[in-house]
Ligand binder design. Structure first.
Ligand SMILES: [Zn+2]
Length: 143
């Protein structure tokens, strides 16, 4: 089982870039308090203010990396365990549903992985400038 200690330094799952998070100040607290609803623009603003990413700019990174940053920020400030208590919205149901998971485990489970680029009937090759530092294929796999 992966460690559950909050980390202020971590690697983004898709781009592979390293991030250093700093704790929010009252300015970021106000941003969150004044937001109508969570959205990508708010997440991007928080990322730019709190996350220093080495070798990249937040606006150019995949949305999945922004999601990971928001989860890591939540983990750093509140803790690794996410607990939610919701009510089923199906007509006539109203059952109570408890949700509980670890952020570290969630990110590990959803970590991107590579699949073979050759399948019967088609082929693909990574771009040299693909996110995550996917470089050229070894010579034996090139066509
Ligand atoms: Zn239900």
């Amino acid at each position: 089982m992966p460690g559950t200690a909050p980390r202020t330094r971590f690697v983004l799952p898709v781009s592979g870039l390293e991030v250093r998070l700093r704790p929010p100040t009252g300015r970021e607290d106000l941003l969150l308090a004044e937001a109508d609803a969570p959205d990508a623009a708010l997440a991007l603003t928080l990322a730019r203010r709190l996350g220093r990413v080495e070798g990249g700019a937040w606006g150019a990174l995949p949305a999945c990396d922004l999601d990971a940053l928001v989860l890591r920020l939540r983990q750093m400030l509140i803790g690794d365990r996410v607990l939610a208590d919701v009510t089923c919205r199906a007509p006539g149901c109203g059952s109570r549903i408890d949700i509980s998971f670890s952020i570290i485990s969630y990110l590990a489970y959803h970590r991107p992985y590579s699949v073979p680029l050759k399948r019967p009937g088609w082929s693909a090759a990574p771009a040299a400038d693909a996110p995550g530092g996917v470089g050229p294929l070894p010579a034996a796999e090139r066509r």
